[in-house]
Design a protein around this ligand. Structure first.
Ligand SMILES: C[S@@+](CC[C@H](N)C(=O)[O-])C[C@H]1O[C@@H](n2cnc3c(N)ncnc32)[C@H](O)[C@@H]1O
Length: 338
C-alpha cells in the first residue's frame, strides 16, 4: 500500500532519504530502484493530518520528498535544511509549486529565529526526518562516504560550521575518541580503534575518508556485509553536526510553535535519537508528575502534548522490501493540546 501511494505522490524523482545506520554497499546495489523514495511518507501524511491551507514546517527538507507529499495533501510548507546544497536542489525541484513553499537554509534548532524573521507566530504541523540524505552520502567531496575517497569533512552546513571530522579525529584524546565511538557509534572495538588512530596520527594526521576507513578495517577485520568503519563514521558525523543537541533544541522550538491541535512527526534512525524523541514526548504529555520525596503529585508545568503514537511506527513489509534503507526508521507523533 505504501508503495502504491508513493508511486502516485512522487511522480518526479526526489532524493532518497536515509538514516545513519545504512549499509552503503546495499544502497548502491539498490540505488536505481529506490533513489527517489522518502521514508514512511504515507504514514507521515496519515498521522500528521495536515489541514489544507495550513502551514507545515518540514525541518529536514533534503530532496523535498516529504515536502512534496505535504504539498499534495493541500497544506503549504516552510522547508528548512542546514545543508545549502539541499536547499538549492529543492528550490529547483519544487519551482513549479510557486509561493506554496518557502525554503530556508537553517538548522532546525534555530526554527524560532526563522519563524520570527518570516513573521510567523504558529505552524500547523512539523516534520523532522533525521540523519543524512543519500545525496550527501554519495557525494565524496562531503566526506560522509566510506566507499568513495574525499576529505574527512562531514559538515552538513559548511557555511557556518568550522569543525570537521578530520579536526576531531586528529585532536580528540584517546579517551574522548573511545567514548565517542562507544556512545554514538555503539562500536564494540571503540578502544582499539581509538588507540590505532592516536598512534597513526603521530606519523601522519588523517585527512581522507578512505585512509581512515581502511585503518579501521585493519583493526576490526571484515565481518558480514557492513563496512567495519560504518559505526565510527556514524559517530563522527553525529559529533561534527551535534545531531543530538540539535534534536533536543529543535524539539523544544518546534513544539512551542505548534498551534493547538497541530502535530509534530519525527523519524529517527538511531536508538539515542529515538530515546530523546520518546522521552521528550512522554515528559510533555504527562499531566501530573510524582516523586517519592513529594507528599503528593504536582501538575506538570511542561504538559502541552498528547501522544498520538504510544509505540514507534516502523516501515511495513512493502516499504522494507522496496527500500531496505528504511529498516531502522522509527516514527513518533505527538499533538499540541487544544
Ligand atoms: C534523511 S534527510 C531528509 C530527506 C527528506 N525528508 C526527503 O524526503 O528528501 C535528512 C536531511 O536533514 C538535514 N538535517 C540534518 N540535521 C539537520 C538540522 N539540525 N537542521 C536542519 N537540517 C538538518 C540534512 O542536511 C539532510 O538533508
Amino acid at each position: 500500500m505504501g508503495y502504491a501511494m508513493n508511486a502516485i505522490l512522487f511522480d518526479r524523482p526526489v532524493w532518497f532519504a536515509t538514516g545513519p545506520s545504512i549499509l552503503e554497499e546495499e544502497a548502491h546495489e539498490m540505488e536505481d530502484f529506490i533513489y527517489h523514495r522518502p521514508v514512511l511518507a504515507q504514514e507521515i501524511i496519515e498521522l500528521l493530518t495536515p489541514r489544507p491551507g495550513s502551514l507545515v514546517l518540514d525541518a529536514t527538507c533534503g530532496g523535498g520528498g516529504h515536502t512534496e507529499a505535504i504539498l499534495k495533501s493541500g497544506a503549504d510548507v516552510l522547508a528548512l535544511d542546514q545543508d545549502p546544497d539541499a536547499i538549492a536542489f529543492a528550490r529547483e525541484q519544487l519551482a513549479h509549486v510557486g509561493g506554496r513553499v518557502t525554503l530556508r537554509q537553517a538548522n532546525f534548532r534555530h526554527a524560532d529565529k526563522v519563524l520570527d524573521e518570516l513573521g510567523i507566530a504558529k505552524i500547523g504541523g512539523a516534520v523532522v526526518d533525521l540523519g543524512v540524505s543519500s545525496r550527501q552520502l554519495e557525494n565524496a567531496e562531503r566526506g560522509f562516504s566510506i566507499m568513495r575517497n574525499g576529505p574527512l569533512d562531514m559538515r552538513m552546513d559548511p557555511w557556518h560550521q568550522t569543525t570537521t571530522a578530520a579536526d576531531i579525529v586528529n585532536s580528540y584524546t584517546d579517551e574522548q575518541l573511545t567514548q565517542l565511538f562507544r556512545d554514538l557509534g555503539e562500536e564494540p572495538a571503540a578502544r582499539r580503534i581509538a588507540n590505532l588512530i592516536v598512534k597513526t596520527r603521530k606519523e601522519s594526521p588523517f585527512r581522507e575518508t578512505l585512509t581512515l576507513a581502511r585503518a579501521i578495517e585493519k583493526v576490526v577485520g571484515r565481518h558480514g556485509r557492513r563496512h567495519p568503519a560504518t559505526q565510527v563514521f556514524q559517530a563522527l558525523r553525529m559529533e561534527v553536526n551535534d545531531e543530538l543537541g540539535a534534536l533536543q533544541e529543535g524539539l523544544r522550538a518546534l513544539t512551542s510553535r505548534l498551534e493547538p491541535g497541530a502535530r509534530i512527526a519525527v523519524i529517527s534512525f538511531h536508538s539515542l535519537e529515538d530515546r530523546i524523541v520518546k522521552n521528550f514526548f512522554r515528559d510533555r504529555s504527562r499531566e501530573w508528575i510524582d516523586k517519592p520525596e513529594w507528599p503528593e503529585p504536582k501538575r506538570n508545568p511542561d504538559y502541552d502534548l498528547n501522544l498520538i503514537t504510544s509505540k514507534p511506527v516502523e516501515p511495513g513489509e512493502d516499504e522494507l522490501r522496496a527500500n531496505p534503507r528504511s529498516r531502522s526508521a522509527k516514527l513518533r507523533v505527538a499533538e499540541k493540546l487544544a
